[in-house]
Ligand binder design. Structure first.
Ligand SMILES: *[C@@H]1O[C@H](CO)[C@@H](O)[C@H](O)[C@H]1NC(C)=O
Ligand SMILES: *[C@@H]1O[C@H](CO)[C@@H](O)[C@H](O)[C@H]1NC(C)=O
Ligand SMILES: *[C@@H]1O[C@H](CO)[C@@H](O)[C@H](O)[C@H]1NC(C)=O
Ligand SMILES: *[C@@H]1O[C@H](CO)[C@@H](O)[C@H](O)[C@H]1NC(C)=O
Ligand SMILES: *[C@@H]1O[C@H](CO)[C@@H](O)[C@H](O)[C@H]1NC(C)=O
Ligand SMILES: *[C@@H]1O[C@H](CO)[C@@H](O)[C@H](O)[C@H]1NC(C)=O
Ligand SMILES: *[C@@H]1O[C@H](CO)[C@@H](O)[C@H](O)[C@H]1NC(C)=O
Ligand SMILES: *[C@@H]1O[C@H](CO)[C@@H](O)[C@H](O)[C@H]1NC(C)=O
Ligand SMILES: *[C@@H]1O[C@H](CO)[C@@H](O)[C@H](O)[C@H]1NC(C)=O
Ligand SMILES: *[C@@H]1O[C@H](CO)[C@@H](O)[C@H](O)[C@H]1NC(C)=O
Length: 839
């Protein structure tokens, strides 16, 4: 059955939704849930209690507060505990490698690894990144990303995450976290939550960040979903986002942090702020923030909301001891949970200088010494990076047996995107330019390339092996050379790209988010021109997400289209593997390719009529394919689509019902809030020690002025309640009520390789939940099967209670509706030959 044959009409937008969401607010939720331990945290919690109990007030404060921008070697650093010879925490970007470090791997992006749909690769990339961070002395790797999820295709940072589908992102983030943390490094799931575009994402002077407003059902069924998987996977830290959520900042939204994250999802690790995303001291502490980054109020502002101010707030009783102790015990539990007590090595690199010698406190130019030890942590990871880059290349089109190439007589490689940046792959800080082949977006989510294999380099080497005539043109606008090269070649391979990144850098007028969904550098015109003179034109796209490809799809002279995303350092080798059939393409698109920008229904909001901007997620759950399906919009290529050099068939759907018994909401009460150790309330003992030599602009825990004691205190009384609290029905264990993961049905199907070469197929399982406001289908499971020609294997997926539930706003729990539910299995979201009823 082809998906398009069924037409169901679904009303997507409630007319009143917009009005309801404008100025939406978050209900207060206090007290901040204190850590309870829980299965996977028990040992770490016990060790952390012992450690924290011996700390003084100032030592505790030190672990909660960053020392300020460029105060130490890492992008984030907390204070230390010299008395116990315990160095501060080192927090380092990024989700695809180690920002600012040498001799480390520049991995394929999160979006790319998602496109492999291979859980083994999600995990092993996590292992690789974790091991490298460990080797450099990093305590917290600032990744992976599930926010942005990818609500709008032009969103600047989508590529740092995985996919606009919450289930694919959920699996990818969970496996990445396990990979990183198994290597002894704390992973950081970010950005919590709904940081879906760059424009006006953060507070800028008096200008407030936009408020992302979303209803409770969508929050649970779409945006919170992958974070639940992250928590279930044991993620030890989470970063709250710059934006406001329902008109309350991510770092102080008590409903988002206290209720959703720490109570409902039972998150036991610590919450740290995005850099300078904290805007209050006491309010953020009571709302569930545990660590502030970079520690200073603004970039190198030399003052802080916490540090000495948090010391004062504890001394005057405004922040209770149990809340401070909870912050610190969460931080130290994360440390023990991943084994930092045995995995730690000294920090041996410096983010702020690549020189061997320099200042250990760069902000103040103090402490001249060796700062870079050039430790090589790559450990043969280039092989895995190449495998992932190849396995993430989606073949969108392949006609006339254009691919794989078989020793072509001659080939022309055309386009700047196939070539090196003449100034080197790292010539622009944080990759903030688009020159040469694109292998990474821009912003803090980047790494230094140890090297970057441009496609032209690897393809020329292959051509030499095959004795193919080889010609290349890098200038997209040298039309004479392009026409000459392309018209005489047996095959013309043209490369083009589209870039995006984080909002603090503007590239070619794009302030993080893309301005359009077309190719950069005249790419569309270039492709058309090459195809006009060569009937065997192959297009390779390096893009941060969807671009408009309908013309290329329909152009008969374009015989193949490959999407290679942001493949990282092994770009050229990986695309050569695919083009020549050394690797059979197996990737599937992790987003929908619309024909027009309007097809997605939602877009970046570049300007806001009123302040703070109200960014209303009126479309609810209907993003990406869910919107296309609901509105019967035909895409160029659908979510989950990707071709292979072989063919697969699907047969024999089997559904076995399982009875795990009825769902029991979690009941009972927590314990009372514990405290660890005693606090010395003598103000004099919290001042700078006599003779203490403070580093310029550095953030300390000491008081710099008398503790204020008679300020008007209008914090909600319940914020100070340390008595046992009711547990919530949908919560109770990591990621939510443990029964959400009960198996309700086991579905299996046979997948057969009907072609002539070995290949990997990604069978996908979708469900229609049946209700009038449910998407036509939602992804629930997938696998990767390696199949020889004529070989069959069984795809099996266990459908959980969560998979077939909706979030019920009135009972505040997951409920299986009475609507009939249908399961589909097939090769993409619109090619689902198998169908069955879940009864
Ligand atoms: C935001 O407001 C909407 C509309 O009132 C509500 O349904 C939702 O639960 C709120 N979410 C948060 C995180 O406050
Ligand atoms: C807090 O951390 C700073 C920076 O590491 C250190 O200089 C200071 O001695 C620490 N204070 C205490 C009380 O441990
Ligand atoms: C405490 O916070 C106030 C208000 O933001 C600020 O003016 C002051 O400098 C802060 N104190 C410290 C020690 O950073
Ligand atoms: C062909 O590629 C090489 C790099 O491999 C580059 O130096 C040269 O400029 C390219 N030729 C043209 C005509 O662009
Ligand atoms: C889209 O944006 C890119 C990058 O800024 C630019 O090169 C290109 O010309 C734009 N496309 C159109 C059609 O304006
Ligand atoms: C396809 O290529 C041929 C030259 O081989 C050219 O005559 C024709 O116009 C091209 N078609 C398109 C759509 O560019
Ligand atoms: C795959 O199947 C299609 C249509 O059935 C056919 O045209 C194509 O040749 C097959 N490809 C391979 C590699 O077997
Ligand atoms: C206690 O100190 C904090 C930090 O300076 C301040 O925000 C708060 O208002 C003070 N509380 C009282 C009751 O004065
Ligand atoms: C707070 O106390 C100080 C001195 O103890 C006094 O000067 C000031 O007026 C008081 N402020 C308020 C708001 O009561
Ligand atoms: C696959 O099966 C067909 C039909 O039975 C047979 O002709 C072909 O040789 C088989 N191919 C392989 C690689 O075994």
């Amino acid at each position: 059955m082809l998906w398009t044959s069924t037409v169901t009409s679904i009303v997507v937008l409630a007319a009143s939704a917009s009005a309801q969401l404008d100025n939406a607010y978050s209900p207060p939720s206090y007290p901040s849930p204190w850590m309870r331990g829980g299965n996977q945290w028990q040992d770490a919690y016990a060790k952390a209690q012992t450690f924290v109990s011996q700390l003084t007030l100032l030592e505790k404060i030190n672990l909660t507060t960053g020392v300020g921008w460029e105060g130490e070697a890492c992008v984030g650093n907390t204070g230390s505990i010299p008395r116990l010879n315990f160095r501060g925490f080192c927090l380092q970007d990024s989700p695809l490698g180690i920002r600012f470090a040498d001799l480390a791997t520049a991995w394929p992006s999160g979006m790319n690894v998602a496109a492999t749909w291979q859980t083994r690769l999600f995990k092993s990339r996590g292992n690789g990144m974790g091991a490298e961070h460990r080797g450099k002395g990093v305590d917290v790797q600032l990744g992976p990303v599930a926010g942005p999820l990818g609500r709008v295709p032009a969103g600047g940072r989508n590529w740092e995450g995985f996919s606009p589908d919450p289930v694919l992102t959920g699996v990818a983030i969970a496996e990445t976290i396990k990979g990183i943390q198994d290597e002894g490094v704390i992973a950081n799931a970010k950005h919590f939550i709904m940081n879906e575009q760059e424009h006006e994402r953060d507070k800028n002077g008096n200008l407030d960040a936009y408020s992302a407003n979303v209803d409770d059902k969508t929050m649970h069924e779409t945006y919170l979903w992958p974070f639940a998987d992250a928590v279930r996977a044991g993620v030890a830290s989470i970063m709250c986002s710059y934006n406001q959520i329902n008109n309350s900042y991510g770092s102080q939204n008590s409903y988002a942090l206290n209720y959703l994250l720490k109570n409902e999802l039972d998150f036991q690790g610590f919450v740290l702020s995005d850099w300078w995303a904290q805007h209050t001291g006491v309010a953020s502490a009571l709302a569930g923030l545990d660590m502030t980054m970079a520690g200073d109020q603004g970039l190198a502002s030399a003052n802080t909301y916490w540090g000495g101010n948090l010391t004062a707030a504890v001394l005057n009783g405004t922040v209770p001891q149990w809340r401070l102790d909870d912050m610190v015990v969460r931080i130290m539990s994360a440390y023990y949970k991943v084994g930092r007590d045995t995995a730690r090595v000294p920090v041996n690199f410096n983010s702020w200088s690549s020189e061997t010698y320099g200042y250990i406190h760069p902000q103040s130019n103090e402490g001249y010494q060796q700062i870079n030890f050039h430790v090589d942590v790559q450990d043969g990871h280039s092989r895995l990076a190449r495998e992932i880059a190849g396995a993430s290349t989606v073949m969108l089109k392949n006609v006339n047996n254009a691919l794989p190439l078989k020793k072509p007589r001659s080939l022309a490689i055309i386009g700047e995107d196939a070539h090196d940046n003449p100034a080197g792959p790292n010539s622009c800080g944080d990759r903030g330019c688009n020159v040469g082949t694109l292998a990474m977006g821009w912003g803090s989510g980047t790494a230094q390339f140890p090297y970057l294999i441009a496609p032209v380099t690897a393809l020329r080497a292959q051509a030499q092996k095959d004795r193919s005539l080889f010609v290349n043109v890098s200038n997209n606008y040298d039309f004479d050379a392009i026409t000459k090269a392309a018209s005489n070649a047996f095959v013309a391979i043209v490369f083009a790209n589209a870039d995006s990144g984080e909002g603090y850098i503007n590239v070619g007028g794009n302030q993080g988010d893309r301005n359009n969904l077309t190719l950069w550098g005249g790419g569309d015109e270039l492709i058309k021109r090459v195809a006009s003179v060569n009937p065997n034109t192959i297009v390779v796209l390096h893009t941060v997400g969807a671009v408009i490809v309908e013309d290329m799809k329909n152009n008969p002279n374009i015989t193949a289209i490959l999407w290679a995303g942001l493949p990282g350092q092994e770009s050229g080798n990986a695309i050569t593997d695919i083009l020549y059939g050394v690797r059979n393409p197996s990737a599937k698109s992790v987003f929908t390719w619309g024909k027009n920008r309007e097809d997605w229904g939602v877009d970046v909001q570049y300007t806001f009529p009123t302040q703070p901007g109200q960014l209303n997620f009126n479309e609810g759950n209907f993003i990406d394919y869910r919107y296309f399906d609901a509105n019967n919009i035909e895409p160029s290529y659908e979510f989950g689509f990707g071709l292979s050099y072989t063919n697969f068939s699907y047969s024999n759907l089997q559904i076995v019902k399982n009875d795990p018994g009825p769902y029991q909401p979690t009941v009972g009460m927590t314990k009372a809030a514990p405290t660890f150790g005693t606090i010395d309330y003598n103000e004099a003992n919290a001042e700078f020690p006599t003779g203490f030599r403070a580093i310029f602009r550095y953030i300390y825990p000491y008081l710099s002025e008398p503790v204020p004691r008679n300020q008007t205190n209008n914090w909600p009384a319940m914020a100070f309640d340390s008595t046992p609290q009711p547990r919530i029905g949908s919560g109770g264990s990591a990621g939510g009520n443990r029964q959400l993961w009960d198996t309700m049905y086991t579905v299996s199907a046979t997948v057969t390789n009907t072609g002539t070469v070995k290949g990997i197929e990604i069978p996908q399982l979708y469900i229609h939940l049946g209700g009038p406001s449910d998407p036509k289908i939602v992804l629930r499971g997938f696998d990767d099967l390696i199949l020889d020609p004529n070989e069959s294997q069984t795809f099996t997926y266990k459908i959980t209670r969560r998979d077939i539930s909706n979030w019920d706003t009135s009972s505040q729990n997951w409920v299986i509706s009475s609507y009939p539910k249908t399961v589909y299995v097939g090769a993409s979201s619109r090619n689902l030959p198998l169908k069955g009823i879940l009864q």
